[in-house]
Write a protein that binds this ligand. Structure first.
Ligand code: ZN
Length: 100
């Protein structure tokens, strides 16, 4: 299980930090999961991101009781947990301005 403190994968400007390709793929995937789950509140859920590891299917992601985001891949079984995502660039709750 991948346990991630979302603040640790961002740099000072709030953008994705890791420069190494492998770490970046993982970081981008987690950012997509955060955007997906935070944007789904009260509406139809948009398509979840594809598993970063097997790329076979989209992951199941939801909000845990302690406000962390938990995700699982139904194909390869990889799972993870993301905390401290609130307030990041990918936190789409109460979105006011369309993002480009
Ligand atoms: Zn997978």
């Amino acid at each position: 299980m991948y346990i991630t403190d979302f603040r640790h994968i961002l740099d000072e400007s709030g953008a994705i930090g890791p420069a190494k390709a492998s770490a970046r793929v993982m970081a981008q995937f987690q950012a997509d999961v955060v955007a997906n789950v935070s944007n789904a509140t009260g509406q139809q859920a948009p398509t979840a991101p594809r598993c970063f590891r097997c790329r076979k299917s989209t992951v199941n992601a939801c909000l845990a009781r302690d406000s962390a985001i938990v995700w699982t891949c139904p194909s390869c079984g990889v799972e993870g947990r993301i905390s401290n995502w609130q307030g990041s660039m990918w936190d789409l709750r109460d979105q006011q301005v369309p993002r480009s």
